[in-house]
Design a protein around this ligand. Structure first.
Ligand code: ZN
Length: 264
């Protein structure tokens, strides 16, 4: 219903497939087209992606001010657009997916092709990858080049198939829905700070472990909350009721800098 409501305000077809939205935005997009507003007040791409995926390709090419304007909605799940006549609030609970090369030439960390970038160019590029929005990104994953073997492998031979992964994800979603429905949340990610502290329990080992690592890598309060949510989801995917140090360690390994080629 929420997705259909947003679509109806911009005259998009109201298909009944119940598919979650997927919206890709380009780095040249205007802030109004992404966040909403304009003379004929309308929701932006971040609201059209509500309950679905907002995809940013070539992440390092995006303007700083545009990325800044995504911070608040990523945190709150809604966006307020102000105009002279007043302000409007649109829903904006998205799963943000961003992709970029590891360096300008794209080969940093590649086992076959050497990186051709000068240290200063690579450094400039890396600096573009920093900023407050990165604090709101939970999983960092390096996607290495596929070997010729992997490329010619038949579907399903190289690890778990997407269909099996999908089943696991749907099951984890159901578990989360069941766990939080009385509190009015759909998944771990939606849990506000207070509820998180009360509802997601750590055993003494887990608490000690998280405290140690958080101090060492200077994790912010927000960072700790996000690690807890990701760890809870990792445990849900593994169908495990209690949250252990293993889940926390995996969640921490996905944090900023956890798996980027320039940190190896
Ligand atoms: Zn390079």
């Amino acid at each position: 219903m929420e997705v259909l409501l947003v679509r109806s305000t911009v005259g998009l077809p109201l298909d009944s497939s119940r598919r979650r939205p997927f919206r890709a935005i380009h780095h040249t997009s205007s802030t109004i087209s992404v966040c909403g507003g304009g003379t004929n007040l309308r929701p932006g791409e971040i609201s059209l992606a509500h309950r679905g995926v907002l995809f940013l390709d070539e992440f390092t090419e995006f303007r700083r001010d545009l990325l800044e304007s995504l911070r608040q909605p990523l945190e709150d799940g809604f966006i307020s657009v102000s105009r002279a006549s007043g302000s409007v609030t649109y829903p904006a609970r998205v799963l943000l997916v961003a992709a970029c090369n590891p360096c300008p030439c794209g080969f940093l960390g590649d086992p076959v092709e050497p990186c051709r970038c000068s240290p200063s160019a690579a450094d400039r590029y890396r600096r573009k990858m920093s900023g407050p929005i990165l604090d709101r990104i939970d999983l960092y994953v390096t996607v290495p080049r596929l070997t010729p073997d992997e490329l010619v492998q038949a579907e399903g031979q190289g690890g778990e198939s997407s269909i099996r992964v999908r089943e696991r994800v749907l099951r984890a979603r159901e578990v989360q829905w069941d766990r939080w429905k009385n509190l009015g949340y759909q998944c771990n990610a939606e849990l506000p700070e207070k509820a998180l502290r009360k509802q997601v329990r750590l055993d003494p080992d887990g608490r000690r472990f998280l405290k140690d690592v958080a101090g060492r890598i200077r994790l912010s309060g927000r960072g700790i909350s996000r690690v807890l949510k990701v760890a809870r989801t990792i445990a849900d995917l593994a169908c495990e009721e209690s949250l252990s140090t293993v889940h926390l360690a995996e969640a921490l390994a996905f944090r900023e800098g956890g798996d980027l080629p320039w940190d190896r």
